[in-house]
Structure formats: structure tokens, C-alpha cells
Write a protein that binds this ligand. Structure first.
Ligand code: MN
Length: 713
């Protein structure tokens, strides 16, 4: 069993000014709260946090991480509260312990492979401090090393999760020894038979292999020293999981896998790397397509190396990696190789927070040409804008930050969104405006007859939800408009004892449809419903087809035209592209001539004119808005209501009325009040001919010294 002394002397070896006091304090506390607890192995529980701390020193982590490793299970498995940890060990340790505890609570229910990447991203998203992941990885390694004490079904589940989630995370952090160790341990539990075959296969060939490694090393050393290159050469068999992958890919058994050996040549400079590569390729034939230059194109985690596969003197393939000592350090230690433990080093600052490391990666990656890898790196950086949540079945969904249960519902299926009446987050009923957080499990409550609400548009975050809600409103609005349009048209036809289905053939109807440049009868009816086309216009075009007597037809048309003309003249507004629309002014914003306005097509009631600033038109279906413009008109007047607030003063009313008179505006109504704090509040209803006139009046009132505020109401 590892002892505290081993841990402290380890950390001092690479980080001489480490705060050992913090680690000792964490040890004492952990020992106290875990006292009496035992692991399945029968050992005292404390062995686990101690081993985790030991792994963290192997990863060359700082004292904060090591202390967090000692404390990582205290909140989950003892009575310790996060606030206790914060009081004793400060914010950084607390943040890490909290993060590790949260990750442990995620239930990886889904077995689907494509979910694994989402879960990895979720873990990264939950770890605002990258040390959370590293402590979690150390925890997982020790749990894998002691997995034998768990019951078989647990062994399989944990091993699967390790292979799918944690080993790739270790790879992303660039810690390859950890990645391979986790993979091999997982393989041992997931494919025990194949694992044993591989172990046996390697053991049987060991003698031959050792001899072979010696020979290759000798040849290489001789050749390289002739070229005056100083090198260190390492030969080893590949790790089990990569041999296993090869067996699966090529459907081989272990005896058929020959290239299980890999060599690593470490040199002093980048120039030497390429020289060594040249020499090797001149001695042994390279296998086509296997050369990779990660020196000029580093991996996203900053891994650098030259990889090549050549045919060995025995006719077998062998893999060779060539790199400098610096590159080797990065490949061995991953992220930890970037820590700089030096004088003036302040733990936590910059280095760890906010993915400083990832950002650093990004900076050094600008030349990266593999777009997928680049994207992955960038995505890490953008995690703060996303949340990862679960369906009740354990599927992970990625949503933008601020997303609500409605967004989630639409991300599953548009029908689930349309019928959503409520949601449970982690088993508790929440409002539909509730903002989801990473790790939440969400259950959507639906009802068959429920319909989406326009109000949802105000808070949903995803474009999918927005589009679906709009589509629904539009579709629903259209169905309604078709019904209304049909009613209007039928009513009009009835006046002439006609019936749409009985007296008109579909050809006749379609002909009229085409004359309005539309493509279906439903479209025509919807347009009548919206008020874009009047029933009379349609009738006018339908009637000649029916062969009604000339005189009667003329009379009808004239009547219609006459009616339309009368209506049109008295509004002072023109709808672009349409001549005879029923116009009314919105009561909510009372638009005035000259003000910029927009028309809203109502269902069957023509066009309502709103001020462009009116709140009510901001959320409506844009398809129902039409451009309108003012028609110059001499004798039109409009009503406007003004509220004037002023310092109370005698004669104020007469000053104000003088302005209205001067500006030739009629006062229809006036109301003056004085408040307790000696302010005068007057409201006027006046008649003006256009917006310009009103603006002029307002600016004149504002110039009065005592006036505090003028508002249109
Ligand atoms: Mn643990």
C-alpha cells in the first residue's frame, strides 16, 4: 500500500516548492472521515484516496490536484459537506471535489456507441477546471485496478464505461500510458478469453521477440552512430488492446498477428527525426500509406512524432516512432507536460482555469489541416455555450445554454414538442421556461389535444423549436383561414342563389385560382380568409363562366366596384400591390399619417394598420404582414392623445392650448390634474392631419420651461 510519504516525496521530486502542508491536511481529514469504512477488498477505505493521490503524482499533478484526490470521495461517501471542504481547503480543492462528485452521479444508461462522444463532451462541459477530469481519471484507474472485487455484472458495466468514455478522455488529454492502461484493463474484463489468448501468444513468442528486438536495436544503433546521430532506442510489444483491435479489424487470431512489435527512437532534434526516418526508409521498405508526420501536423492534444511502418529483415511489419525528448515527454505525460512548476508559480491561476490549456492548444493549432480534429478542439473551447442533458432512457442531447424543456421536446420529435404540456427535470415538475443544466434527466409530459403556444417563441432557444412552432402556427392559421374564406365566399354566393360545390366545376374554380396567380383552391380560400382577396373579386371572375345573363352580371360588377371605391377612399392608406382592401387602424398603437406603419392581414377582416414600433406586431407570423404606405389626402384627420407632465404653475393650461391653436389642431378633450408633489398632469385628445403636425406640436410643448415630459398615449 502506498504511504503518504511516498506521495509527498514524489511530488517534491518534480515540484520542489509544492505546498506539502495542504496534502498532509487533506490526508488527515480523509483518514478521519473515512474511518471505519472498508472497500470490497476488505482493505480500509483510505487506501483508495491514497492510491488515487499516488496516481496523480505519477501524472505529475500539482498539490491542489493531489489533495483533491485524497478528498475526492468525502462528499459522496461521508457526512462531509462541500462547505466543510471549502472552509478547510479553499475554493480550488472544493471546485474539483464538487466536479468529481457530480460526474460520479451521472448515470450512463445508454449503450449506444454514438452516445459516448456526447457523454465525453458532457464530462468536459461539467469540468470548468480541467483538473476535475484528471482526478476523475485517476479515480477510474484505481477502480479498474481493483475491479476484481466487484460482482461480474458490475465489472462489465464499469469496464464498458471505461473503454467508451474514460480511455478516450485520457487520450484527448494526451496521457497515452493512462489510455492504454485503461484499455487493457477494460479488455481483461470485457473479453477475458481473447485477453488470455493475447497474453499467452506474446509469452510464447517472448524469447524470439527479445532476440529480434536486440538485433534490430543493434542494426539501428550502428547505422545511426555512423551518421553521427545520438539516439535512444526502445523496443516493446504493442499494448493488448491495440493488438485486439488489429485482430478484430482483420479477423485474425493472435497467431496470425505478426506485427506486434513497436520501436521508438528518441533523438535530440527535429532535424535528426527526419534524418533517422530517411535512414530507416533506405534500409527497410516502408509500407505504403502508413507514414504519418505528426511533427509538422501535431495532433490536437499536441502530440508530435513521426510514425512509419517498415518490412523488417524477417519479412514482418514493424512500427517505428521517431521523436525528440521534448516530444516524448509530451507523449508520456500529456497535459501535465505543460505544467510549469517554477519559482513564482501560483497554483490555479490561468494555467488550469477556463481551458487555458485547450486555448493554448488552439493557438498552436492554427496550421492544423485536419478539419475534424480542429473542430473537436474548437468545440472543447465552446463548451460553455452548450448543455448536455439526458432523456429518461439515457440518451444524451446537446442543447444551447438557456434551452428549455420545449427545446428538448422538439429535439426529440416535433409531435412531442407540439403536445408538450409540462416537464419533469430530475423527477421534479418544472415550468416550461425552466433553463436546463448539464446532467439533467428530462421527462416531457404530453397531452394528445394540446397545441403549441405562440408565447413559446419568446423563450425557446433552438432554431428547431422556433421553426416547428412557427410552422404549426402557420399551418393552424391556414386551416382556419380556409374555413373562414369558404364561409365568406359561400355567403356571398348564396345572395345569388349559388353554391360553390353545386354550381361550379373544379376546372372553373382552378381557372379563377390561376387568374389570381395562385395554385390551389385552398390557397384561394385562405386568401379570402386572410382578406387578401375579397369574396366579391372572386365572384366577379366566377360569374361570367356560369353564363349568367349580361345585364345581371353588369349590375353585380358595378355594385361591387362601387362598394369597393367607397371603402378605399376614406382610409388614406394604400396597401402595396393590392387595390381594394378593407383597412382599419389598430387600437393598440393608433398610428398617425406620416408615421412608419405596417399592415397586418387579419382573418377575414381586412388589413389592420399598426405603427412599425407596435409591440403587438413583433411576434406575429411575418407572412401576414404587408407593406403599406400613406396616400396623400387633404381632408383626413387623425386623433392623438397626449400626456403632459409639468411643474405646477398658474396659467399652464392656457399656454398649452395656445400651442394647439397656433398649430391648427382641434382639442376634443382636455383633463388637468395636480399631484401632491405639485406636478401638473394634463391629458389632451387632439385632432391632427398628419404625423408631422403632431411632432411639431410635441416639440413646441417640450420647449416650455416648466414641462418635464410629453408622451403620446
Ligand atoms: Mn473514488
Amino acid at each position: 500500500m502506498i504511504r503518504l510519504n511516498d506521495i509527498t516525496s514524489d511530488i517534491l521530486s518534480y515540484h520542489p516548492i509544492a505546498d506539502i502542508g495542504l496534502i498532509e491536511k487533506a490526508y488527515v481529514y480523509s483518514a478521519k472521515v473515512h474511518k471505519g469504512q472498508v472497500r470490497l477488498s476488505g482493505e480500509p477505505y483510505l487506501t483508495h484516496p491514497l492510491e488515487v493521490a499516488g496516481i496523480l503524482t505519477k501524472m505529475k499533478m500539482d498539490e491542489v490536484s493531489v489533495a483533491s484526490g485524497l478528498l475526492h470521495d468525502t462528499v459522496e461517501d461521508t457526512l462531509t459537506e462541500l462547505s466543510d471542504i471549502e472552509q478547510m481547503f479553499g475554493k480550488e480543492v472544493t471546485g474539483i471535489v464538487d466536479g468529481v462528485t457530480k460526474i460520479s452521479k451521472i448515470h450512463f444508461l445508454s449503450k449506444e456507441v454514438q452516445q459516448a462522444e456526447n457523454i465525453r463532451k458532457m464530462i468536459l462541459a461539467m469540468s470548468s477546471d480541467i483538473r476535475v477530469i484528471l482526478v476523475k481519471l485517476a479515480d477510474r484507474l484505481h477502480n479498474m485496478q481493483t475491479l476484481g472485487f466487484q460482482p461480474p455484472e458490475k465489472q462489465e458495466a464499469i469496464a464498458r464505461e471505461t473503454l467508451d468514455i474514460y480511455a478516450p478522455l485520457a487520450g484527448r488529454m494526451g496521457i497515452y500510458w493512462l489510455k492504454s492502461t485503461l484499455e487493457d484493463l477494460s479488455l481483461f474484463y470485457l473479453e477475458p478469453k481473447i485477453y488470455k489468448d493475447i497474453r499467452l501468444g506474446i509469452a510464447q513468442r517472448q524469447e524470439g521477440q527479445e532476440k529480434f528486438i536486440r538485433e534490430i536495436k543493434e542494426i539501428l544503433s550502428r547505422k545511426l552512430s555512423e551518421a553521427n546521430i545520438k539516439t535512444t532506442i526502445k523496443g516493446r510489444h504493442k499494448h493488448f488492446y491495440s493488438i485486439y483491435q488489429k485482430m478484430m479489424e482483420q479477423d485474425l487470431n493472435i497467431d496470425q498477428v505478426y506485427d506486434i512489435l513497436a520501436f521508438r527512437i528518441i533523438v535530440n532534434s527535429v532535424k535528426d527525426c527526419y534524418e533517422v526516418l530517411g535512414l530507416i526508409h533506405s534500409m527497410w521498405n516502408p509500407v505504403a500509406g502508413r507514414f504519418k508526420d505528426y511533427i509538422s501536423l501535431p495532433k490536437a492534444n499536441m502530440y508530435q512524432s513521426l510514425h512509419t511502418t517498415v518490412i523488417s529483415p524477417l519479412g514482418e511489419r514493424m512500427e517505428i516512432q521517431i521523436r525528440t525528448w521534448d516530444m516524448d515527454k509530451i507523449a508520456e505525460e500529456g497535459i501535465a507536460a505543460h505544467w510549469r512548476y517554477k519559482e513564482g508559480y501560483e497554483s490555479g491561476k490561468e494555467m488550469y482555469t477556463q481551458y487555458a490549456w485547450m486555448k493554448h492548444l488552439l493557438e498552436s493549432q492554427k496550421s492544423l489541416t485536419n478539419p475534424k480534429e480542429f473542430l473537436e478542439t474548437v468545440r472543447l473551447d465552446l463548451f460553455s455555450n452548450e448543455v448536455y442533458v439526458f432523456t429518461p432512457k439515457g440518451e444524451v442531447k446537446e442543447l444551447p445554454r438557456g434551452a428549455t424543456p420545449i427545446d428538448f421536446a422538439y429535439s426529440i420529435h416535433s409531435e412531442i414538442g407540439n403536445r408538450c404540456i409540462g416537464a419533469k427535470v430530475n423527477e421534479k415538475i418544472v415550468r416550461l421556461t425552466h433553463q436546463l443544466e448539464t446532467g439533467d434527466i428530462i421527462q416531457i409530459l404530453t397531452s394528445k389535444n394540446h397545441k403549441p403556444s405562440k408565447d413559446w417563441l419568446k423563450f425557446v432557444k433552438t432554431s428547431t423549436a422556433k421553426t416547428r412552432i412557427r410552422q404549426w402556427i402557420k399551418k393552424e392559421g391556414r386551416i382556419e383561414s380556409i374555413t373562414i374564406g369558404r364561409d365568406i365566399l359561400e355567403k356571398e354566393l348564396k345572395k345569388f342563389n349559388l353554391n360553390l360545390t353545386r354550381h361550379f366545376s373544379s376546372e372553373q374554380l382552378l381557372d379563377v385560382v390561376h387568374r389570381f396567380s395562385l395554385n390551389s383552391v385552398d390557397n384561394l380560400l385562405a386568401n379570402i380568409g386572410y382578406g387578401k382577396i375579397s369574396a366579391k373579386q372572386v365572384l366577379n371572375r366566377l360569374v361570367p363562366h356560369l353564363g349568367i345573363k349580361e345585364d345581371k352580371t353588369e349590375g353585380l360588377v358595378q355594385k361591387i366596384v362601387h362598394k369597393i371605391k367607397r371603402k378605399k377612399g376614406d382610409t388614406g392608406i394604400k396597401v402595396k400591390g393590392m387595390s381594394d382592401m378593407l383597412i382599419r387602424f389598430a387600437k393598440c398603437c393608433h398610428p398617425l399619417a406620416g408615421e412608419s406603419v405596417i399592415g397586418y392581414i387579419t382573418r377575414g377582416r381586412g388589413v389592420t394598420i399598426h405603427s412599425k414600433k407596435c409591440r403587438h406586431i413583433q411576434d406575429v407570423d411575418p407572412d401576414r404582414l404587408v407593406e403599406v404606405e400613406w396616400e396623400p389626402s387633404e381632408d383626413m384627420t387623425y386623433l392623438a392623445k397626449l400626456k403632459v407632465t409639468n411643474i405646477a404653475k398658474k396659467g399652464m393650461l392656457s399656454i398649452l392650448s395656445a400651442i394647439f391653436t397656433q398649430s391648427e389642431a382641434n382639442i376634443l378633450d382636455a383633463n388637468v390634474q395636480t399631484t401632491i408633489d405639485k406636478k401638473g398632469i394634463s391629458t389632451f385628445t387632439i385632432e391632427v392631419s398628419d404625423y408631422a403636425q403632431l411632432r411639431d406640436i410635441i416639440s413646441k410643448i417640450k420647449k416650455i420651461k416648466e414641462v418635464l415630459k410629453v408622451e403620446r398615449i
